[in-house]
Design a protein around this ligand. Structure first.
Ligand SMILES: C[S@@+](CC[C@H](N)C(=O)[O-])C[C@H]1O[C@@H](n2cnc3c(N)ncnc32)[C@H](O)[C@@H]1O
Length: 254
């Protein structure tokens, strides 16, 4: 399981999470750090329903090309629907571990909260290195779930919940590993930033973290007691709420 891919309405979840101001902020920063030039070919691996493709297309201009690749047919279908009639945006099915693109065919690339789910994140980074031209830029963004902190007087439930999340995302600490893994496959890392995505209201925290859904799974898996989980969620939903985790953004050059 994963804290987000397990959402029943995955497209709805991605849209809602992307609309949170903190997400808008890091997405804008990572796109700016790519220094996209008019006419560039820009790749978004694991593009989801096309969350960031319009932003990339704006930067690449009318002579540019944006390629969105995703392994999930539902995402490919939705992104294709959203960008119908926009020939500069190309949506392709494909696996990040074996990109369906020729060597040195891309000027700029991004990968946003995808590596955390992959069986082999370094293989995907090697693929990005292969398809980027020399001097091409890559922006990566991933969380570190070991840093997840939720405030509540029931600290045992807070810790058990955070541990459950970290243990159930395939590469739960890939955020802190991005710079090392990118260097290992041949990139030069230009910039590493770590910010805390901090939520002070339950609605935003719920939108990104799926607290109710994940707590229900933790109860099902015997990690949280049902009564304690329910009381914990009620307090978070009605009282002051604080939940956050460290989020890494890394820019590297081919
Ligand atoms: C958390 S979503 C992020 C989507 C988008 N980047 C965004 O920021 O909204 C992860 C995306 O990675 C895709 N994905 C997962 N495994 C993949 C793989 N092996 N190759 C390509 N895409 C993959 C999923 O289908 C999903 O759309």
């Amino acid at each position: 399981m994963s804290v987000d891919t397990a959402a029943p309405d995955h497209i709805g979840y991605l849209d809602a999470a992307a609309a949170v101001p903190l997400a808008q902020d890091y997405k804008q920063r990572t796109v700016a750090a790519l220094h996209i030039r008019p006419g560039d070919t820009v790749l978004d691996v694991g593009c989801g329903p096309g969350t960031d493709l319009a932003r990339l297309a704006d930067a690449a201009g009318p002579d540019g090309t944006v390629i969105g690749i995703d392994a999930d047919p539902a995402m490919v279908e939705e992104a294709t629907r959203r960008f119908a009639g926009k020939p500069a945006v190309r949506i392709q099915p494909g696996d990040a571990h074996a990109l369906p693109l020729p060597d040195a065919s891309v000027d700029r690339a991004r990968i946003d909260r995808v590596l955390q789910h992959l069986t082999d994140p370094s293989r995907a980074l090697a693929e990005l290195h292969r398809v980027l031209r020399t001097g091409g830029r890559l922006a990566m963004a991933e969380p570190d779930w070991d840093t997840l902190a939720v405030d509540d007087p029931d600290t045992d439930t807070c810790r058990a919940y955070a541990r459950y999340v970290a243990d159930n995302v395939r590469n739960g600490v890939v955020g802190r590993q991005l710079a090392r893994r990118a260097t290992e496959v041949g990139f030069t890392v230009e910039r590493v930033d770590a910010t805390v995505l901090l939520f002070r209201d339950f609605t935003s925290a719920e939108r990104v973290l799926g607290l109710r859904r994940v707590a229900a799974r933790a109860v099902r898996d015997g990690v949280l007691a049902q009564a304690a989980a329910r009381a914990w969620l009620d307090r978070l939903a009605t009282g002051p709420c604080l939940a956050g985790f460290t989020f890494y953004t890394v820019v590297a050059v081919r």
